[in-house]
Design a protein. Structure first.
Ligand code: COI
Length: 349
């Protein structure tokens, strides 16, 4: 793999105490082009603008998919990647749905390893830090015909991160706009899914909510996701989360929490959840916790849910399942808790 290192690193001029999520990027990136039916040799180069034709299909039709993953530094200064196989699997599922050629395992895995070794200083070992990794593929043919592109570009960039959200998360249940529908692309990490969510989210922001709870496209009766997170309810001592479907993103954090919860003896139900069930549980005092999960946020408590004009405030629990599971997950990710699941892998030479 061709590697060109930067001559001017930004490491010493970056303020690691102030890292608004996704705004600071490390020194290098990986690029690999797909032309004439095959992925070419990947290349690592200094992070910077990439040339793109105004006629590139991604700019017109949004044919693009991405991933979010994280690498952590353990106390021995080793880099630990979390569930990288799952990210590759999901990237390729998304690619399939968007008619994008799948990425070969060797390009993805070797590319990640090489890039992370070069920029390992961007991943801090202090508690709370990680390096967020953003692999993405976009349609790069210069052609405005509405059809799948012939050429693609695969890129990996990385961004040092601390928190995604700062402060409380108050959400409102959305009954008009929809994130995803049956038969659509909701289960894929398609760029357009996020683009379509910005307008309704901005409207909710203007009313003082940080995020929405998405409901099903057909009846707006069932809970789907919250913002960019999978959503969880603790009803009594059972954790309930919407079952995966083609309108729900199969979160890798969601899957990890299902496993950890069950291994902690917590009953987990993956099923459809009616809005009315959540309201009833709240009114009966059975709705003990609500939280979101995702790579960027890990596990994030939700402080209140508003449905129409009614606000349900979720009080903090002394025996919070969310915090307990978050601690375990973060411990595994950072190598301070033994990883019996084989979820972490060292970035090796
Ligand atoms: C992630 O958690 O990685 C996500 O995909 C959320 C992202 C859109 C910031």
């Amino acid at each position: 793999m061709k590697v060109t290192k930067t001559s001017i690193s930004k490491l010493n001029t970056t303020d690691f105490s102030n890292l608004p999520f996704g705004t600071v990027f490390s020194d290098h990136m990986l690029i690999c082009n797909y032309k004439q039916g095959k992925w070419e040799e990947p290349e690592i180069s200094p992070y910077g603008p990439i040339p793109i034709h105004p006629g590139s299909q991604v700019l017109h039709y949004g044919q693009s998919v991405f991933e979010g993953m994280k690498v952590f530094k353990n106390d021995s200064n080793e880099l630990l990647l979390f569930r990288k196989d799952e990210n590759l699997k999901r990237l390729n599922q998304s690619a399939n749905r968007l008619s994008i050629p799948v990425i070969e395992e060797s390009i993805f895995m070797n590319g990640l390893d090489n890039l992370l070794k070069i920029d390992s200083e961007w991943c801090k070992a202090e508690q709370g830090y990680s390096l967020y990794i953003r692999p993405f593929i976009f349609a790069s043919s210069e052609c405005v015909k509405a059809s799948a592109s012939e050429e693609y570009t695969f890129v990996i960039i990385t961004s040092p991160s601390i928190n995604y959200y700062a402060g409380e998360i108050n959400v409102v249940i959305e009954e008009h706009y929809t994130r995803a529908s049956q038969g659509g692309v909701g289960y894929a990490k398609a760029a357009g899914n996020y683009a379509a969510s910005f307008y309704p989210t901005k409207q909710a922001n203007a009313k003082g909510f940080q995020q929405l709870i998405w409901t099903d496209a057909k009846e707006h009766k069932y809970i789907e996701e919250s913002g960019t997170m999978n959503i969880w309810f603790r009803i009594g001592d059972i954790l309930v989360t919407p079952a995966l479907s083609d309108s729900i993103l199969g979160g890798i954090t969601r899957d990890s929490i299902v496993t950890l919860a069950k291994d902690n003896g917590i009953k987990v139900e993956e099923r459809r959840i009616l809005i009315t069930e959540v309201i009833e549980a709240f009114n009966n005092g059975m709705l003990k916790e609500v939280f979101g999960t995702g790579t960027a946020v890990t596990v994030n408590p939700i402080n209140s849910i508003t449905f129409r004009e009614n606000r349900m405030i979720i009080k903090a629990q002394n025996d919070s399942f969310a915090l307990k599971l978050k601690k375990q997950l973060q411990g595994i990710q950072k190598g301070s808790i033994v990883d019996i699941y084989d979820w972490t892998s060292k970035v090796t030479d």
